[in-house]
Design a protein around this ligand. Structure first.
Ligand code: MG
Ligand code: MG
Length: 247
């Protein structure tokens, strides 16, 4: 919640650029036939080459550097021998630590030909992230972000995952404040210049309920419907937001 120093912000910018570079490198490699474990290894190797450290590996015991969540899986999927198929929706959620400063970002990709509903889900969830970011500036409230995200997702009648949320980020992967994807403008903690926050809409083509998998990590749509997740780490400024994890 505490604003970051100028030096810390500088490290966060580098961290965010590394993160964007790794996701940009990985995205075209998400093709039919590749396993999620192979994608995880490629992400780890590319980040090492760039000089960053993975922020997720070992976090509360998480066993990989990246979360890869396929189709009805919303977040926190663990890379394994699962083979990606054409038509899949693949969520890549990655975290980078550079000089101790952490950024967090996620994208969801359609592999090959995906259905109209899946395209609508991706577009609306990506736009919901933009709407949330547009609500950011010093003096605004967390509820302003929440309401902007909620309205965009509701326009497409998507299920809003309410049990998970965005969060402060920087020194740790998860800091205050909690940033829900639903809420009322004018409520919640006030944003200050220098704060760094991760905004991350998560939505489904069905209901809002999620279920935890047997591995203790993977969180899926309870009704098995397709889901999407987009996330950026942003710096709060006096006039708006600087997106730290944008290429
Ligand atoms: Mg994330
Ligand atoms: Mg996050």
């Amino acid at each position: 919640m505490t604003p970051k120093t100028l030096l810390e912000i500088d490290h966060l910018r580098t961290s965010g650029q590394m993160l964007a570079a790794v996701l940009g490198y990985l995205a075209p490699l998400v093709q039919p036939g590749v396993t999620t474990a192979e994608l995880g290894e490629m992400a780890a190797a590319e980040l090492k080459r760039l000089g960053g450290r993975p922020a997720f590996l070992g976090y509360r015991g998480f066993p990989s550097c990246i979360c890869i969540s396929v189709n009805e899986e919303v977040v926190h999927g663990i890379p394994d021998q699962r083979v990606i198929n054409g038509g899949d929706l693949v969520g890549l959620d990655f975290g980078v630590s550079y000089n101790g400063m952490i950024t967090d970002s996620a994208i969801t990709l359609g592999v090959g030909r995906i259905g109209d509903d899946a395209q609508r889900l991706l577009a609306a969830t990506r736009e919901a992230l933009s709407c949330g970011i547009k609500a950011v500036k010093a003096g605004a409230r967390v509820g302003d972000i929440s309401q902007a995200v909620q309205r965009r997702l509701e326009r497409d009648r998507l299920g809003i995952v309410e049990e998970l949320a965005g969060h402060g980020v920087g020194h740790s992967l998860h800091e205050e404040p909690w940033i829900p994807n639903f809420g009322a403008a004018g409520t919640g903690p006030r944003l200050e210049a220098g704060m760094t926050i991760a905004i991350e809409p998560m939505a489904t083509l069905g209901g809002k309920a999620v279920a935890w998998g047997d591995d203790g990590w993977t969180i899926s749509a309870a009704d098995g419907s397709l889901s999407a997740h987009f996330e950026h780490t942003v710096l709060v400024t006096d006039t708006g937001a600087e997106i730290l994890t944008k290429a």
